[in-house]
Write a protein that binds this ligand. Structure first.
Ligand SMILES: C[S@@+](CC[C@H](N)C(=O)[O-])C[C@H]1O[C@@H](n2cnc3c(N)ncnc32)[C@H](O)[C@@H]1O
Length: 374
């Protein structure tokens, strides 16, 4: 089965840490929805499998779409694909959009999972990040979603933030688990080049926690999640048993997906396709019938490295039989010779025929992955 990702490139405000593709001018929202529908028509044959198990509205801020806009896109998907019973239909949302009325609209349009960007339960930190909501609004958003019948809710938090002490992070985690949601994504802050945070950092206007403090925050995250029976199924993702993000898992399991909208990526097993990250160029290209995208044909080397990078971060780990079946016995042997010292040092462990990160290995995931690349 396959998945569809729709990128909604609009936000009310620019968060100071974010370098995802979005515009804070909502002027062309209508034109964008038209173009997205046209792209779905034009690429109806991109996926050989017409049965969808996941649809994911990401952004930007998809909760800025109104009922009609969302319904138009979902109807367009239904014209060309079969949405399977039990399919996961997720929408990323900002808390200030999630009123009782809005939740009704979202469920009526077919959304059955929300990913709510909370980031922090401290108003001073939300302000520093230039978020468009308060901590109380975030709590209300989750309550509105629950009472509106959405029973698959994920929330996002960020650690490693300026001024985030271990005590404040502990409070954020307590609040998160108190909300009794099904899923938590907790990201370590990355300072991206073209963001306000990078600028502030260079000017000395913000300071980040030192590495040992960030590690302590990650360790607290892991232990609190375990205490609350959340499964750490990917470095940044935790969920109640079985309630993993099906859509994100499909990225890590090498399944095919079609990404629609500016900056969206697609994967058909042989190549990756990247839509242009510019709203007007995207709309013009689609309307002229000359979509603006780049394509990368994947070599065996690319495929091997992608497999290592994505699977190492998951609790399913790297299957050595998959490596020999897909890349040959020689690749398996080379892989094992590089992995072995990490098994001896306790960073990797065997689970059947797969190598999986241990707790200490999770702290070194990027380094271990890059050593295992060809
Ligand atoms: C791009 S946002 C879109 C969803 C929604 N508009 C929001 O702001 O919550 C998706 C998530 O990416 C995470 N994120 C974005 N930039 C990040 C960064 N530089 N470091 C860590 N996490 C980041 C945030 O947790 C955010 O909730």
């Amino acid at each position: 089965m396959a998945g569809v990702y729709i990128h909604i490139p609009f936000c009310k405000k620019a968060c100071h840490y974010c370098d995802f593709h979005f515009s804070t001018s909502l002027q062309n929202k209508d034109l964008m929805v038209d173009a997205i529908c046209k792209e779905i028509d034009a690429r109806q044959n991109y996926l050989t499998d017409k049965k969808l198990s996941t649809i994911y509205f990401g952004g930007g801020t998809p909760s800025l779409l109104n009922y009609d806009e969302l319904s138009r896109i979902i109807s367009k998907i239904k014209e060309h694909f079969e949405i399977m019973p039990g399919a996961e239909v997720t929408l990323e949302a900002n808390p200030d959009d999630l009123t009782v009325e809005k939740i009704k609209e979202l469920t009526a349009a077919g959304i059955n999972r929300l990913s709510i960007g909370i980031q922090s339960f401290f108003d001073e930190d939300l302000e520093r990040m230039n978020r468009s909501h308060t901590a109380n609004q975030a709590i209300d958003a989750v309550e509105n979603a629950k009472s509106g019948g959405i029973n698959n809710i994920s929330i996002d938090l960020i650690y490693g933030l300026p001024n985030l002490t271990i005590e404040k992070w502990n409070y954020n985690l307590e609040q998160a688990f108190k909300l009794d949601v099904q899923h938590l994504s907790a990201y370590c802050l990355t300072i991206e080049e073209k963001t306000a945070f990078n600028h502030f950092l260079k000017k000395g206007k913000i300071t980040l926690p030192k590495e040992p403090e960030t590690i302590e925050q990650f360790e607290l995250l892991m232990s609190e999640a375990e205490k609350h029976n959340f499964i750490h199924y990917e470095i940044s993702n935790f969920s109640k048993e079985g309630l993993y993000s099906k859509h994100n898992c499909s990225y890590w399991m090498n399944e095919h997906y079609m990404g629609i909208g500016p900056s969206a990526h697609s994967f058909d097993g042989a190549s990756r396709q990247f839509n242009i990250a510019n709203n007007m160029k995207y709309i013009k290209g689609i309307n002229a019938g000359i979509p603006d995208f780049e394509i990368e044909i994947l070599t065996d080397e690319n495929k091997f490295n992608e497999y290592i990078m994505t699977r190492l971060r998951t609790m399913w780990g790297i299957s050595t039989s998959f490596i020999s079946d897909s890349f040959g016995e020689k690749s398996r042997n080379t892989f094992l010779s590089v992995a072995e010292p990490y098994v001896i040092s306790g960073h990797l462990q065997w689970k059947q025929d797969s190598l999986v990160l241990t707790k200490s290995g999770k702290l070194l995931a990027d380094k271990i992955a890059s050593d295992l690349f060809v």
